[in-house]
Design a protein around this ligand. Structure first.
Ligand SMILES: *Cc1c(COP(=O)(O)O)cnc(C)c1O
Length: 436
């Protein structure tokens, strides 16, 4: 059996040294993978229970057209999301075009001129800079007279409680907390830590709305930020909760008034959640959500594997090979553009779609540096599928995520390593000698 796997890997361009190195690393991770599977089992039943409680029926899988009034499948799905996240309500729509749109919608619909937005966890995700107006953006919150404050994390990654207390004021209306590290090398926040931060902020100002950018965090733990006080959790359906099947979409789950505000902004005042045809998309939304816990587990295993593969070769990795996980992203720092590019080219070559094309860095809308992206995905740009991206700027870190199955994630990571070996960035001798 082992030989056969080695042979098929070889036929796919993975040399013996890389294959054997991968075997050794995978052999060390069985206990860790058992823990990941246990979380997936819990979340699988959580999703199943929500679907049964909301009595998802065959009729829910049909779509509506036109205005989409009385769309049973859409309304039921939103009920399922609300059950999964333990929130009063949810907005789950194909008309929400991406994660940035979902976040912008949640912000713009719940803030009014004169209000202030606070990020107590440092700089938010790159694409939100233009939404907020940190960088000039047409139609930004800033243009509407909504101001922004930021308190950075402390050097050790801790919350700057004193700093936060100092900036919360009578205009502070909404606090945005990004769970995942995004394109930064700071640690991702656990649900526990998010809960502590929310409790602290509500202790200063009870009526402030706490929103969590939940991108990449869904189903990584048993609890979600909405279980520890978040008024809204927001994310993209082409990441974890879409399970790889949702071809588009975003969600906002949270307090009824917050979700209603968002719906009135997405559609129109007076129409709110009542309109918005689901067309033919609901089977993928339902089935994707159903698969999301195990798909997320596959991606997590890939991330842990990648951390161990690269850490033992001497590259800084965040999180490290042992620490607990709170999102599916793995950062590997190469310290030079060549490493980022070789890694991404290896991931692309491991893809089921477009494996024959070679990615190059380009000026992506919304980002301030050139970015290279490897994404040979069934759904364009989907990052729950095996993918990697990295801005071409110091410290030259690559962000790896996804993998719909663990075998594919593993293959992709070994392909990235082979690419680094082929380009002379990693020596084959290092694979044999590395401390395992
Ligand atoms: C992906 C992501 C976003 C933006 O989502 P897009 O779908 O790419 O617009 C926002 N925040 C975080 C933390 C993300 O990972």
């Amino acid at each position: 059996m082992g030989e056969q796997l080695e042979e098929i890997y070889e036929s796919m361009g993975i040399g013996r040294a890389v294959y054997r190195y991968g075997e050794k690393i995978a052999g060390l991770l069985s206990e860790r993978f058992g823990q990941i599977d246990a979380v997936a089992e819990y979340n699988q039943v959580k999703v199943l229970r929500a679907m049964q409680e909301k009595q998802v029926s065959e009729a829910c899988l049909l779509g509506t057209t036109g205005y989409g009034y009385n769309d049973l499948g859409r309304d039921t799905l939103e009920g399922v999301y609300a059950r999964v996240f333990h929130t009063q309500d949810a907005l789950v729509r194909p008309q929400i075009t991406c994660g940035t749109h979902a976040l912008a919608l949640a912000l713009m619909s719940n803030l009014r001129p004169g209000d202030e937005l606070l990020s107590p966890v440092g700089k938010p995700y790159d694409t939100l800079e233009e939404v907020i107006g940190i960088r000039p953006g047409r139609g930004s919150l800033k243009e509407y007279g909504i101001t922004y404050r930021q308190v950075d994390l402390k050097e050790d990654g801790g919350f700057d409680y004193e700093g936060i207390r100092g900036v919360v004021n009578e205009r502070t209306r909404l606090v945005t907390i990004q769970r995942s590290k995004g394109y930064q090398t700071r640690p991702t926040l656990s649900v526990d830590r998010i809960g502590e931060l929310i409790a602290f902020i509500k202790g200063i100002k009870p009526d402030v709305i706490c929103m969590v950018d939940n991108c990449y965090g869904e189903f990584v733990e048993r609890r979600e930020p909405s279980d520890v006080g978040a008024d809204m959790v927001v994310g993209s359906l082409i990441k974890n909760p879409g399970g790889g099947l949702a071809p588009v979409g975003g969600y906002i789950a949270g307090r009824r008034d917050c979700v209603e505000n968002a719906a009135c902004r997405l559609t129109s005042p007076g129409l709110g959640k009542e309109v918005g045809a689901s067309l033919g998309i609901l089977p993928q939304f339902y089935q994707g959500l159903f698969l999301a816990p195990t798909v997320t587990a596959a991606a997590l295993k890939g991330a842990v594997f990648a951390a161990n593969v690269y850490e033992r070769l001497g590259f800084p990795v965040t999180p490290d090979g042992r620490e607990s996980r709170h999102d599916i992203i793995q950062a590997v720092t190469f310290g030079a553009p060549e490493g980022v590019i070789a890694f991404c080219q290896g991931i692309q070559a491991a893809s089921p779609v477009d494996s024959h094309v070679t990615p190059e860095p380009w000026d992506m809308p919304g980002y301030d540096a050139r970015v290279i992206m490897a994404a040979g995905a069934f759904v364009s740009g989907s990052s729950i599928e095996l993918s990697a991206d990295g801005p071409i700027k110091p410290p030259y870190a690559v962000y790896f995520q996804g993998g719909l199955t663990w075998p594919h994630a593993r293959f992709g990571i070994l392909k990235s390593l082979q690419s680094l070996v082929d380009q002379g960035i990693v020596r084959e001798d290092d694979l044999a000698e590395s401390r395992i």
